[in-house]
Design a protein around this ligand. Structure first.
Ligand code: PAF
Length: 284
């Protein structure tokens, strides 16, 4: 039986534990999560385990990043399973602050990253990234990690957090790790539990749209409009699927591209019933 992780709920206690580890010469690694852990999170945990001495997984469903109350209310909470998985994967500390500890009465600060947050998720989920950057900065402040691991499935989030860490001299090495997929290609997401069996099948349209775009790019198509149209058609042809956006962007600046001339990334968000899924992949 592995040692059980220590659960810390208080930001000051978390900082004290991190300081003590650093004083012993240990490297501190952080995997920020909202719980409902799945194999995608666990691949981040395993990576961080191999690259740090004190491994902290934060579990905090952050109300500030939800622009829709129903989405927040329905966000899956699976504390006991999360705890067991953290124990199995040799997590040292689960940092699970309460909402009151994170946002006490009188709280009025916000972290804003500008350009990168304007399009895609930023357009369809107003305020979402202000919530993400604010909470991630607070997690970094409490945990003081040397390194923090994020999934590439939330590609725009990864770029925004990298930017914030660099701009604000946080000294945290932000690592992006590949998306983990089901054998049939569906990207793992805590929201997948909300899909009905039918919607789960139709959700493969995201992967198919990405494959379609990659095939066109591999075949020499360079006009982004043609690629986006063909990928969009895959979604349009899927019964019950509704596209929020589909965009081919530069992988670092996230600016929309007209032509494929160098590295690029296609990102999309699609509704299946009441569930909104996102995915992305490199085109070349
Ligand atoms: O990706 C997530 O689960 C969340 O956005 C994060 C980074 C834990 C911040 O709440």
């Amino acid at each position: 039986m592995p040692d059980e992780p220590l659960v810390i709920r208080d930001p000051a206690a978390m900082t004290a534990a991190s300081r003590a580890a650093r004083a012993r010469g240990q490297r501190v690694g952080l995997v920020p999560t909202m719980g409902a852990l799945h194999a995608g999170h666990l691949s981040l945990v395993d990576y961080a385990r191999a690259n740090s001495d004190l491994l902290v997984v934060s579990v905090f469903v952050n109300p500030m990043q939800f622009n829709n109350q129903g989405d927040l209310d329905n966000y899956p909470v699976t504390w006991e399973a999360d705890f067991a998985l953290c124990a199995q994967h040799r997590v040292d500390v689960i940092y699970a602050p309460t909402v009151d500890a994170m946002y006490p009465e009188g709280f009025q600060s916000k972290v804003l990253v500008e350009g990168l947050t304007q399009e895609m998720e930023g357009e369809f989920r107003p305020g979402h990234f202000d919530g993400v950057t604010t909470v991630v900065l607070k997690l970094f402040a409490a945990v003081r990690p040397d390194m923090a691991a994020f999934g590439q499935k939330d590609y725009q989030q990864l770029k925004v957090v990298e930017r914030m860490s660099q701009d604000l001299d946080l000294g945290v090495k932000v690592i992006g790790r590949p998306t983990v997929r089901e054998p049939d290609g569906l990207a793992l997401s805590s929201r997948n539990v909300h899909l009905s069996p039918d919607e789960r099948q139709r959700a493969l349209c995201l992967r198919r749209a990405l494959d379609q775009a990659r095939e066109l790019a591999a075949g020499g198509e360079t006009e982004v409009a043609a690629i986006e149209a063909a990928a969009g058609e895959v979604i349009a042809q899927t019964e019950g699927a509704r596209l929020d956006y589909l965009a081919v962007v530069h992988p670092d600046s996230l600016e929309r591209l007209q032509r494929l001339q160098g590295p690029s990334r296609m990102c999309l968000a699609v509704w299946l019933g009441d569930t909104r899924l996102i995915d992305n992949d490199a085109l070349n």
